[in-house]
Write a protein of this length. Structure first.
Ligand SMILES: Cc1ncc(COP(=O)(O)O)c(C=O)c1O
Length: 382
C-alpha cells in the first residue's frame, strides 16, 4: 500500500487525529537537495542508506536521479536492489561477514567494497575473488565533527600505503575513501583529508579508480546555522585541483544527513502535562535519539486544532513514553504556556538518523510514515 500523502501537517492531523507519533517526509524537499548535490558536487553522488532507509526517502532519491547507494549491510543491499533495477550498491562497511560478501557479489553483483585492515582485504578477496574495486578507507583527524567516524574505522597512513599496494598485488582495483565525521561544520576538514590522501597515494605509487570523500555535510538546527553545501563542494574541488586529481581521478561522495535531515518532521502528542513537564508519545529511545547523541536543537512548534495556543512561551521539559527516567530530552524547549494534553508538537529537521535508529523499547515504535506535498517543511524550514 502506498504511504498516504497530505497537503500539510495540519491537514494530516485533521485527517488522522493521531494519538501515535507520525513521521512526515517532504519528498520534494529531498529531491531539491539531491539535485543540489548532483549539480554541485564535482563527481558521483551516492546516498548513504543507513541515514534513512524509509521507502519514501529511497523513492524520492531515485526520482531525483540518484542511482548509486552506499550500503552498510546485506539487508540494505537487498532493500535497494529489490526496489530499483537500474542502481549500483557500494558495500562500504569496513567489516563484513563472509556470507554477506558472498551474497553481495553473487546475488546482487556488487563490485565496490571498503577495507581498512589486511585481514579484511584477505577475507574479501578469498570470498569475492580478484578484480573488484577495493577502497582503502583512511583515517582522518578527529575533533571536527559532532560524530567522529575515524575513531573506529580507517587505516593510518603507513597501513593505507601497504593496503593499496596489496590491493594491486592481488589483481584488484584500488580506490581511496575517508569520512571526516558526521555533521562536520568545517569545510577545511575535507582539505586536510585530501592532504592525507595525496601523501598515501604518492607513497603507494598507485592511481586510484576514484576518491570517495564520504558524507559529513552538515545541517542547521534551531541554534546553529551550518555553512552551505556549496562551500563544501568548492573546498573539495579546490583540494582535488591542488593535488592534480580533478578531471583525472573521479570523485565520489556518499552523504546521508546532508541529503535528508531537513526533509522530515516528527509529530508527537502531549499525553500528560505536570506543571512544566510534558509527557510525549515519542522520545530518545525512539526517533529522537539524535537530540541527545548529536546534541541537536531541532525547531519545535506546538499545534492545536481545537483553537489557538497562547503566544506567550515558557520552557518545558520533554519526557518520552518509556518508563525509563533517562527518557527525557536533556535541555528545555520553549513552547506556548497553555500547551496541554492532546496538543501536538512538530519536531522539525529530523530526517537523518531518526526512524533509522529507533527501538521498540516498552512497546513504543513510530510506524506511521506519511508524505507531505510541497517543498517547504511546515513553518520549521531552517
Ligand atoms: C561509510 C559512511 N558513509 C557515509 C555516511 C553518511 O554520513 P553523513 O550522514 O554524515 O553524511 C556514514 C555515516 O555513518 C558512513 O559511515
Amino acid at each position: 500500500m502506498p504511504d498516504p500523502s497530505f497537503a500539510s501537517v495540519p491537514d494530516m492531523l485533521a485527517s488522522l487525529r493521531p494519538s501515535y507519533p507520525v513521521m512526515c517526509f517532504w519528498p520534494e524537499r529531498i529531491a531539491i537537495t539531491a539535485r543540489r548535490f548532483l549539480n554541485g558536487f564535482p563527481g558521483k553522488v551516492l546516498y548513504a542508506v543507513k541515514c534513512n532507509p524509509h521507502a519514501i526517502v529511497l523513492k524520492a532519491m531515485h526520482d531525483a536521479g540518484i542511482r548509486d547507494f552506499d550500503t552498510a549491510s546485506l539487508n540494505e543491499i537487498a532493500l535497494v536492489n529489490e526496489r530499483f533495477s537500474d542502481v549500483s550498491c557500494y558495500f562500504n562497511h569496513p567489516v563484513k561477514s563472509r556470507a554477506a560478501i558472498d551474497s553481495a557479489v553473487r546475488v546482487y553483483g556488487v563490485n565496490d567494497f571498503v577495507v581498512d585492515h589486511p585481514s579484511e582485504l584477505k577475507k574479501l578477496i578469498d570470498i569475492a575473488g580478484p578484480g573488484h574495486i577495493i577502497q582503502v578507507r583512511l583515517r582522518t583527524p578527529g575533533g571536527v565533527a559532532t560524530f567522529d567516524l575515524s575513531a573506529k574505522f580507517g587505516a593510518d597512513e603507513d597501513a593505507g600505503v601497504e593496503l593499496l599496494r596489496e590491493v594491486v598485488a592481488r589483481q584488484s582495483r584500488p580506490a581511496v575513501s575517508f569520512h571526516v565525521g558526521s555533521q562536520c561544520r568545517k569545510a577545511s576538514a575535507y582539505g586536510k583529508a585530501f592532504e592525507i590522501v595525496a601523501r598515501v597515494l604518492d607513497r603507494a605509487g598507485v592511481t586510484p579508480e576514484y576518491i570517495n570523500v564520504g558524507g559529513g555535510f552538515p545541517v542547521s538546527d534551531a541554534e546553529v546555522k551550518a555553512p552551505s553545501l556549496e562551500e563544501f563542494f568548492s573546498q573539495i574541488s579546490e583540494s582535488a585541483t591542488r593535488y592534480g586529481y580533478l578531471g583525472k581521478v573521479p570523485l565520489l561522495c556518499e552523504p546521508g544527513r546532508g541529503m535528508v535531515a531537513d526533509a522530515a518532521s516528527l509529530i508527537t502528542q502531549v499525553h500528560l502535562r505536570k506543571d512544566n513537564q510534558l509527557y510525549l508519545n515519542e522520545g530518545i529511545y525512539g526517533s529522537l535519539s539524535e537530540i541527545v547523541y548529536g546534541d541537536l536543537r531541532p525547531p519545535l512548534q506546538a499545534i492545536r486544532l481545537r483553537g489557538p495556543l497562547s503566544d506567550e512561551m515558557r520552557p518545558f521539559t520533554l519526557f518520552g513514553p518509556t518508563c525509563d527516567s533517562n527518557d527525557v530530552v536533556p535541555h528545555q524547549f520553549a513552547l506556548p504556556k497553555d500547551i496541554s494534553e492532546g496538543d501536538w508538537i512538530e519536531v522539525g529537521g529530523v530526517g537523518a538518523y531518526s526512524n533509522a535508529l529507533q527501538s521498540s523499547f516498552n512497546g513504543f515504535t513510530t510506524d506511521t510514515f506519511v508524505a507531505i506535498r510541497g517543498a517547504t517543511p511546515s513553518a520549521l524550514a531552517l
